[in-house]
Design a protein around this ligand. Structure first.
Ligand SMILES: Nc1ncnc2c1ncn2[C@@H]1O[C@H](COP(=O)(O)OP(=O)(O)OP(=O)(O)O)[C@@H](O)[C@H]1O
Ligand SMILES: [Mg+2]
Length: 417
């Protein structure tokens, strides 16, 4: 049993995390280094956990932030099995797997340090190694290697391998302090790699910032390889997801679970970030509707924190799919339909197929965007999306074109509805 975990941010030990008490409350004690480097009330770690805060009013916030670093569902269960604890044992999971996390957070044991570049590196993976990693992914999620000192954690429900990459483009396994720099997402029950890759390309065509991504095959399995924008060479870049930023627990990522709304995210962006990013939030919301992506929930958007703690920004887009175009098959081989219920609602409208331009305008206005600006952002984005849809050669063209057309209904001038 681990009694204390040291929370590192970049190369600074900022706090000591303690296991939950009898009420399930995690302890977090700030260390002098954090106060010295960033000062009290700095939101460098999270907008929900200002440095120096004692969390008396919302004791759950500490647990919520750190639990959000762990995977969900089968990956979390498999990781718990690997270390023989219950999958509800968040603290032990963080102790075992929290060394390489999203952003620049690392959770280390007391005798460990993040200082010193010499501690860690990458071992090249041969094609056979990669195939073996993939074959074991359900029992050893993320390519973790506890004996080999690769202790990664990354949120999400889908299967993933976390890897490094040599200058020659070969995949590698990190160890020690070396961070994973790419995420490999192989197709499983839900064939999503081709779809996700196409959606990322479409987003780029629409002017949204997208991480470098490739569609590769590992042992014949279509796999999305996506570069980690929270890495810069061997440096970690800090980010937190929408649930962490708003202080919600991981089980509340969908608004239908009473998780954060887009308006709540806009409040965080307005308060701590660049107000121009509120416009970006609106463009993202339109993009999801054009794609027919009902799975845009609050963990599928992240905020980048510069190390100076000035100028928090919405990070590049990730985990996007045209869920309305997906044809998942269940374990019995039966075709299933994806839900069309939105991860985050638009002006109270819950179905990805029901949202209109007027709903988008009303949503933007509720965040403080003026009507004229909201209309200009929406119409401008729909124009760009229409062109991008015309140029699409991924097989999504028809869906995208029809969806742009449908959302545009209500626009004054060229379209009537
Ligand atoms: N390119 C990236 N760079 C940095 N971090 C990323 C990137 N892509 C994803 N992440 C982080 O990893 C987490 C999991 O990734 P992703 O959302 O793609 O997985 P998923 O399992 O498909 O998620 P879900 O459970 O939403 O289906 C994200 O919530 C985000 O924190
Ligand atoms: Mg996700």
């Amino acid at each position: 049993m681990v009694e204390r975990l040291v929370v590192w941010l970049y190369d600074t030990p900022i706090g000591v995390l303690r296991p939950p008490d009898e009420r399930g409350t995690f302890g977090l004690e700030w260390l002098p280094d954090a106060r010295q480097r960033w000062g009290d009330n700095s939101v460098i770690l999270s907008t929900s956990l200002p440095i120096g805060d004692r969390f008396d009013k919302q004791p759950r916030r500490v647990r919520n932030f750190f639990e959000n670093l762990l995977p969900e569902g089968p990956a979390r269960a498999a990781m718990a099995k690997m270390i023989r604890v219950s999958e509800t044992n968040t603290f032990e999971l963080l102790a075992a797997f929290g060394r390489d996390c999203a952003g620049a957070v690392s959770l280390l044991l007391e005798n460990e340090t993040l200082k010193g570049d010499g501690d860690g590196g990458y071992r090249v993976l041969s094609t056979d190694d990669l195939r073996d990693e993939l074959a074991r992914i359900d029992v050893v999620p993320l390519g973790a290697d506890l004996d080999g000192d690769f202790r990664p954690s990354l949120a999400g429900f889908q299967r993933k391998l976390l890897v490094g990459r040599t200058d020659d483009g070969e995949w590698s396994k990190p160890y020690g302090n070396a961070p994973s720099t790419w995420i490999l997402k192989p197709d499983g029950n839900i064939p999503s790699a081709v779809n996700e890759f196409a959606c990322l390309n479409f987003a780029r065509m629409c002017g949204i910032t997208v991480p470098a991504a490739e569609l590769i095959h590992i042992d014949g399995v279509p796999t999305l390889a996506i570069h980690r924008y929270d890495r810069n060479g061997r440096d970690r870049v800090h980010q937190e997801d929408g649930l962490q930023a708003t202080g919600f627990p991981s089980r509340m990522k969908y608004e239908s679970d009473k998780g954060p709304s887009l308006r709540q995210l806009s409040v965080i962006v307005n308060e701590f970030g660049n107000p121009d990013d509120v416009d970006e939030l609106l463009r993202r919301a339109i993009l999801h509707l054009v794609l027919g992506n009902a799975d845009a929930h609050s963990k599928n958007i992240s905020l980048l924190h510069p190390s100076s703690d000035v100028g928090i920004k919405i990070g590049p887009i990730y985990d996007i799919a045209s869920t309305v175009s997906m044809k998942p098959i269940d374990e019995f081989g039966n075709a299933r339909e994806f839900t069309t219920q939105l991860g985050q609602f638009i002006d109270g409208v819950k179905d990805v197929n029901d949202v209109t331009r007027d709903d988008l305008v009303a949503e933007g206005i509720s965040w403080g965007v003026g009507r004229g600006s909201a209309e200009a952002i929406i119409d401008g984005f729909l124009d760009t999306a229409r062109e991008a849809a015309n140029a699409d050669d991924s097989g999504l063209r028809e869906v995208l074109t029809q969806r742009v057309q449908r959302i545009s209904v209500g626009r004054k001038g060229d379209l009537k509805g």
